[in-house]
Structures are given as structure tokens and as C-alpha cells.
Design a protein around this ligand. Structure first.
Ligand SMILES: [Zn+2]
Length: 295
């Protein structure tokens, strides 16, 4: 009996000690990598593409979470305390950013949206006299914006780790070549399509639409479920334009997308704005939207 107790005690202590020593090393890890925290999965992916093996990246908004209603928890705040660099989306997505900045005053905060030409967020009933303009925060979903965002990320990494500046700039060049190739592909694809309008559940694709001459028709212009009048007007538009696809979003309830698809005898196709592999995902998004515009 005594034996067992002693064993348990030893293993408990072993565990505790292990925990404490890892905690102590956090901040700059044993390989001297830069600790980066990013708001979303695609932003974290951009940081990895530019940072390569010199960065350790953590993401706050995990897959399946709605980034517009996300709030950082105490465990998120602990990640922030160890960070050297925070990469925010900007464009109004992080309404809680002040809490992050207060939690770690030494960390550099990079606004990835700096220099991006912002567009207005779609609203339900636009009042012409309304003077407050809310930006559409879905900036990363256009390869042209992604080039600006990766520029900003590279500048931030160079500032916190100047001795590896050439490493970051080489990675940036290589990745931006791939982004330019994707942009060229999309430029080839969309001007040839018959239709220009595509129906989406959540309006994530405003920048993609702007950059390639398309128009998104959102079912959920706000976080609220759409009313019957809004649904009816979209069903009418879809019938008029011969639209047969409704694009859903895995981070949102698909109910209203299913209702509209049913009414128009069409199908629901999921597009994920927060997928990790940016280039593959954007190619897939381009193919799916283009296919719907040919139908
Ligand atoms: Zn969104």
C-alpha cells in the first residue's frame, strides 16, 4: 500500500515539474523561434508561410467557431502572455483587441489589413443617411488582399526578429508568386462565366466578388436569421437569374440555405472561408463559384 502511494506521489510531482519547466521556457522556445498568435486559421497559415521554421504559431478562433461572435477565454489570454507577435485581421473583426493589447504590452501587434482597400459590409436595409460605415472584415478571401496581408506579416516578423530578415523575405517572395498565379487563374476564369451573381449564406465573399467582377447575394447579411420577406426576395432573384446553387458556410446554421435551395430546386454547396490550406481552398472556391455561374 505504502509503495503505491509513494509511486503516485512521485509521478504527480514528476508531472507537475514537467508542467512548470515547460511554462518557464515559453516566450522564446528552446529553438529560439518567434511566438506568434494570430486571430484566424488562414492568418496563422500566412504566418507559417512567411515564417517557415523560425515561427511557432497559435490561432485563437478554432475551426467551427463563428469569428464574428468569438470572445477570447482565459486560456486564450495565456497564449497572448507568451507571444512576441500578434497578427490581427483588422478591418473591425477583433472588437476585443484592447484586451489582447493590455494582456501583453511588450508584444508587437500587426494589423494585417493595413493598406487593404476596404469595402462596406453588406447590411440588411441600408439607410442612405447613415454616416457610420462598417468595413467588410473578410479581407483574406481575395488573393490580391492576401499579398498585402503577407507583406504586413513579413514586416512584423522582420521587426521582432531582424537577424532572420532575409529568411522571411525569401519565403514571402516564394509565397506571393503562388498568390499571383492564383490571382491570374481566377482572372481567367470569372470573366468568361455567364452569370455574375451568386447566392451565399454568410457574406464572406465581398472582396473576391469585387476583384473579379462578381456579386454576392447574401441570405444572412447580419448575424440574425433572415425574415420571410428577405428569403422571398432572394428566392425571386435566384429564379429571375436562373441561379441553382446556394453556398453555405460550415461555421453557420445551413437552415435558410436549405430553404432557398428547396424553393428554387437547387443545391447547397459548402464553401469554407476559414480553411487552413489557403491556395487549395481558394482554387476550390473559384471552381465551385464559376461552375454555379455557368449552370
Ligand atoms: Zn464571416
Amino acid at each position: 500500500m505504502r509503495h503505491i502511494h509513494l509511486l503516485i506521489l512521485v509521478s504527480l510531482f514528476g508531472g507537475l515539474c514537467g508542467c512548470i519547466s515547460t511554462d518557464d521556457q515559453a516566450g522564446s522556445d528552446d529553438q529560439g523561434r518567434v511566438n506568434v498568435v494570430a486571430t484566424t486559421v488562414p492568418l496563422g497559415h500566412f504566418v507559417e508561410m512567411v515564417g517557415g521554421d523560425r515561427v511557432k504559431v497559435a490561432v485563437l478562433v478554432q475551426p467551427g467557431t463563428n469569428p464574428h461572435t468569438f470572445e477570447p477565454s482565459p486560456s486564450h489570454m495565456r497564449l497572448i502572455e507568451d507571444a512576441d507577435l500578434y497578427v490581427k485581421n483588422g478591418a473591425g473583426l477583433e472588437i476585443w483587441i484592447d484586451r489582447i493589447i493590455r494582456a501583453n504590452q511588450k508584444m508587437l501587434v500587426v494589423d494585417s489589413s493595413e493598406g487593404v482597400d476596404l469595402i462596406e459590409a453588406p447590411g440588411p436595409d441600408h439607410n442612405a443617411h447613415e454616416s457610420i460605415l462598417t468595413a467588410d472584415p473578410h479581407i483574406w478571401l481575395s488573393p490580391r488582399n492576401a499579398m498585402i496581408m503577407t507583406d504586413n506579416i513579413c514586416d512584423g516578423l522582420v521587426r521582432v526578429d531582424p537577424s532572420n530578415a532575409s529568411h522571411y523575405r525569401n519565403n514571402l517572395d516564394a509565397y506571393q508568386k503562388r498568390l499571383r498565379a492564383l490571382d491570374a487563374e481566377l482572372n481567367e476564369t470569372f470573366p468568361k462565366t455567364k452569370l455574375k451573381e451568386f447566392v451565399v449564406l454568410h457574406p464572406s465573399w465581398g472582396y473576391l466578388a469585387r476583384d473579379y467582377g462578381l456579386e454576392q447575394v447574401p441570405l444572412l447579411p447580419t448575424e440574425k436569421e433572415p425574415g420571410p420577406r428577405h428569403l422571398a426576395s432572394i428566392i425571386n432573384t435566384a429564379r429571375e437569374k436562373n441561379i441553382s446553387t446556394v453556398f453555405a458556410d460550415p461555421n453557420f446554421n445551413p437552415k435558410s440555405a436549405e430553404i432557398v435551395a428547396n424553393e428554387i430546386g437547387g443545391r447547397v454547396v459548402p464553401l469554407n472561408p476559414l480553411a487552413e490550406n489557403y491556395l487549395d481552398n481558394m482554387r476550390l472556391v473559384g471552381e465551385e463559384i464559376a461552375a454555379s455561374l455557368e449552370a
